[in-house]
Design a protein around this ligand. Structure first.
Ligand code: ASP
Ligand code: MG
Length: 427
């Protein structure tokens, strides 16, 4: 039995009119391939989860660590509250489907069940019973409408998977049902070579590998939740990102092809660089003249980790002073001050001569699997930036990515220059 999972995000189900449009898209998909089983995973209507989060915080505020996620005695009931947004959408979509003659029913997670661990507010899906009633219902031709974002523990308590978690639910359902693909309908029509607001000549990619998509997602291209891409890659679920605002037959090129996220092997024409990503709000912290001895880096980054500061690039280099070294790292701008305070407090141990912070820096990265086997990719990047007079402050590379830190006022210029330099501009 072939099966397909379709997922619709919050804006796609933002009001009843949009839910009816979603129902038409589902009906058309069903008609196009009779006999294929369909499961539809939905988010809460846009804005609903935020409202529910606020309600939970207001109610749980007194004496419970300010009603914060992660506070004691809060998260399990928080999950009960915020998971309801998705339940509403499942019922509404099932109704809209029946209204146009498509047999459909909603399923809640405890009915399937979608088992998760007990890490409330950030749970992970453990297992979905692939041979249960859900699969039977789908295979009998009934469209299953399933809430994203949540699970149920072995003890029967409701959990949620973290904000944006519906993408992960959809991929999890697709993996469990051995679906041929997971189609993620959203408010953009695919994954682009870069942010089209900065580069009007950005192109929609036909295909992108899981690895590249992971890099793009973690760099802030917010099309898919990072965890959903990790799961798709681990389970080898092909994912397609496409627009929910294009009705069947309405696309300008006659189709709503979107972007396929898949295994590298399935991409015949490998681009050297597939995309240019950026993130603003970064800070650069320079530790000048740190003692050069085993355990010092472990100490510095241990302290930062204990404080929950997410460090990104790290560069260590020799100092001219005997027995000293320099360490430069980047972190989110909002954590920079705290990082400085923590490291100054540890002066006894690490004996840094100077600590400098530079805020208002940005990270620009070029990403591409083709880089693995190509020379000169870095040169193209550095020359393009040099030609625009942009100074590079930190460089870091991985097998499929080169990132630089630059002054944030040059982000747009840099992104445009790189997009052109790697031949990504649309004709
Ligand atoms: N409704 C949840 C959120 O807003 C989950 C999702 O939409 O993916 O985070
Ligand atoms: Mg989302």
């Amino acid at each position: 039995m072939t099966r397909l999972v379709m997922k619709f995000g919050g804006t796609s189900v933002g009001d009843v009119e949009r839910i009816r449009r979603v129902a038409r898209i589902v009906a058309a998909e069903r008609a196009s391939r009779p006999g294929r089983g369909l499961a539809v995973v939905v988010s809460a209507m846009s804005g609903e989860t935020d409202k529910l989060v606020k309600l939970a915080r207001d109610a749980g505020g007194e004496g419970l660590d300010g009603g914060t996620v992660g506070g004691p005695g809060f998260d399990d009931e928080y999950d009960v509250v915020v998971s309801t947004g998705e339940q509403v959408t499942t019922g509404l979509l099932a109704l809209a489907l029946r209204q146009i003659g498509v047999p459909a029913r909603s399923w809640q997670n405890w009915q399937i069940p979608v088992r998760s661990d007990a890490a409330h507010s950030k749970a992970r899906i453990d297992a979905i019973d692939e041979k249960g009633d859900l699969a039977r219902s789908i295979d009998a031709g009934e469209v299953a409408v399933i809430p994203g974002f949540q699970g149920v523990t072995a003890e029967g308590r409701i959990t949620t998977l973290g904000r944006g978690g519906s993408d992960t639910s959809a991929v999890g359902v697709a993996a469990a049902l051995k679906a041929e693909r997971c189609d993620i309908y959203t408010d953009v029509d695919g994954v682009y070579t870069t942010d089209p607001r900065i580069v009007p000549k950005a192109r929609r990619l036909e295909k992108i590998s899981y690895e590249e998509m992971l890099e793009m997602a973690s760099l802030g291209a917010k099309v898919l939740q990072t965890r959903s891409v990790e799961l798709a890659m681990a389970q080898r679920v092909p994912v397609r990102v496409l627009s929910s605002f294009i009705e069947p037959g309405e696309a300008s090129d006659g189709r709503n092809a979107g972007t396929i996220v898949c295994d590298e092997e399935e991409i015949v024409e490998k681009q050297i660089v597939s995309g240019v990503a950026y993130s603003r709000d970064e800070a650069k912290v320079s530790l000048i003249g740190v003692v050069d001895a085993p355990g010092v880096a472990a100490d510095i980054f241990g302290r930062l980790a204990d404080a929950g500061i997410n460090v990104d690039m790290i560069v260590q280099s020799q100092s001219r002073q005997e027995g000293k070294q320099n360490i430069v790292f980047t972190c989110p701008d909002r954590d920079a001050r705290r990082a400085q305070d923590i490291l100054e407090a540890a002066h006894e141990k690490i004996k840094t001569d100077e600590i400098h912070i530079k805020r208002d820096v940005a990270k620009v990265s070029v990403i591409g699997i083709g880089m693995k086997s190509q020379v000169g990719v870095a040169r193209t990047m550095f020359s393009a930036l040099a030609a625009k007079g942009i100074n590079i402050e930190v460089i870091a590379t991985s097998e499929i990515k080169i990132s630089v830190i630059i002054d944030s006022q040059y982000v747009e210029l840099a992104v445009r220059a790189l997009h052109t330099a790697y031949g990504l501009d649309a004709a």
